[in-house]
Design a protein around this ligand. Sequence first.
Ligand SMILES: NC(=O)c1ccc[n+]([C@@H]2O[C@H](COP(=O)([O-])OP(=O)(O)OC[C@H]3O[C@@H](n4cnc5c(N)ncnc54)[C@H](OP(=O)(O)O)[C@@H]3O)[C@@H](O)[C@H]2O)c1
Length: 336
Amino acid sequence: MIRKGPRTVVVTGASAGVGRASARLFGARGDAVALLARGEKGLEAAAEEVRVAGGRALPVPVDVADARQVEEAARRVEDELGPIDVWVNVAFSTVFAPVSQITPAEFRRITEVTYLGYVYGTKAALERMLPRDRGTVVQAGSALAYRAIPLQAGYCAAKHAVKGFTESLRCELLHDGSGVRVTMVQLPALNTPQFDWVLSRLPRRPQPVPPIYQPEIAARAIVFAADHPGRKEFWVGSMTAATLLANRLAPALIDRYLARTGYRSQQTQEPQRADRPANLWEPVDGGDGRDFGAHGRFDARAHSRSPQAWLSRHRRLAAVTVATGLAGAAWLSRHA
Ligand SMILES: NC(=O)c1ccc[n+]([C@@H]2O[C@H](COP(=O)([O-])OP(=O)(O)OC[C@H]3O[C@@H](n4cnc5c(N)ncnc54)[C@H](OP(=O)(O)O)[C@@H]3O)[C@@H](O)[C@H]2O)c1
């Protein structure tokens, strides 16, 4: 646990979804939060939420696919808020479609936002943290960083790449005996706006594969990871844990399972709307005056708690409880 008083935290993708919920939670602890994303309406609304929660807020419009913009944003954050203690990479975009229906330019753009955006963010953070020998980078990951699924090839590949990049960097930091830390949080399906604004060529409206969790579950895990960066990674949600373990045991079987279920489970029964926006190249908030917020349209189906995520945050307590339970059961079986 390394938190000592309010910190300066950068969150990319802070105008909506997981990034916005995380920015709010950092704000509630009194941190100074720099919010990076493109959509100015979402950024302003998110910044106001951070202030209302009790933090300081600095909205910075930036496209994370542009290394120069990210570096300039980092410089501005340090000028206006002070030395960066925590950098959280969350911003992403994708295309929901089979590989045959995604153009080369779209694959490039997904990679530039979802993979290189993390690389540029991490490098801007390291530029400042390494000379000070302190600071933490948190990568918002996914179960799909380990186990790819159909209809999201560009995204899954980018998340795998982030995992590889992060493992290399962690080895380098250990080699150098650095005080800078990097950790990754593998998230489950979440109720965020992405399912209504990423580019989709699916015939029906996209949905997160159930069970669905509220983005605040992800935010809690991210804030916890920022406080406990010594851990290599965090798994959030029982489905994340089940998927990663099952994939280790029988990956070919999971291929077949996903081939059978993956198209259906990623779409609702409702047909796609003709006027659906797409945020791959430009932000889509603001144009019609709409702020998408942290939550998507699945509030009625989303869980606000995850016992697995709680256990992951309280591993020692869980281990002591299990050990005590086992010892109690053993004592009872001998004395009953
Ligand atoms: N939702 C899930 O089911 C789920 C599951 C597992 C992991 N995750 C992970 O959680 C993270 C956030 O996902 P989410 O569902 O919260 O997504 P979201 O609701 O679509 O929000 C994405 C955020 O990224 C920003 N963004 C997109 N393109 C950008 C660009 N080029 N430059 C700067 N910012 C950009 C968006 O703002 P602007 O458009 O305003 O720029 C927005 O703030 C991602 O890393 C994702 O892999 C999500």
